[in-house]
Design a protein around this ligand. Structure first.
Ligand code: MC0
Length: 156
């Protein structure tokens, strides 16, 4: 059903300072930046490695753009840190349906827009051992070979 860990989402209060930490400490560069108004986040993708399915595994830094957004609520209650894990799939609707049939609550009736034109669905953390879980289908236009959905393009 899944072919990669697409990304690990990390909630932060200051995206630029957090990106600089990852650059300085581990050498990870920002491959893509974007504001997702629907989700209420400014985000940066830091590519870690290419994956066998032609895409990539990334760290996703998330800074809230409004106080009522999920990431702002998370920061208020838990502080900075790992916010969610995302699994990559070729068919997010089918994957969500299959997981939903196991009894896990699927939070999005229809896939929403994610990073770089991807389609995403969230699963309830209370049904996933306390881990907010995202399913990701990369955009059709994603370039094979690892740059994938997380090319060196800044859309801010
Ligand atoms: C909340 N909870 C979490 C959590 N967020 N547990 C683990 N990880 C998280 N990230 C827990 C709370 O601690 C609480 O547990 C319970 O879930 C209810 O939380 P709440 O604060 O009362 O908030 P709700 O119920 O209004 O909403 C929680 C829910 C929501 C997960 C349903 O945040 C949601 O729909 N998230 C999906 C969308 C999202 O997170 N978007 C931001 C990333 P207790 O024990 O206190 O009851 S967007 C993104 O990542 C996109 C751009 C992309 O990848 O492309």
């Amino acid at each position: 059903m899944f072919s990669r860990i697409d990304h690990v989402g990390i909630a932060c209060r200051d995206l630029d300072a957090t990106a600089e930490f990852y650059r300085r400490t581990y050498g990870f560069e920002v491959a893509h930046e974007e504001v997702n108004e629907q989700q209420g986040v400014r985000e940066a993708m830091l590519r870690v490695n290419g994956t066998d399915d032609g895409h990539a595994t990334c760290l996703q830094l998330l800074e809230p753009t409004r106080p009522d957004s999920p990431v702002a609520k998370f920061l208020d209650s838990r502080g900075e840190g790992v916010h969610h894990i995302a699994f990559g799939t070729g068919d997010v609707a089918a994957a969500a349906a299959a997981v939903g049939h196991t009894g896990v609550r699927v939070l999005d009736a229809e896939p929403r827009q994610g990073t770089s034109g991807s389609r995403i669905v969230f699963l309830h953390p209370k049904d996933c051992g306390g881990v907010l879980t995202e399913l990701v289908e990369a955009a059709v236009s994603a370039v094979p070979g690892g740059a994938g959905a997380h090319q060196s393009v800044k859309n801010v």
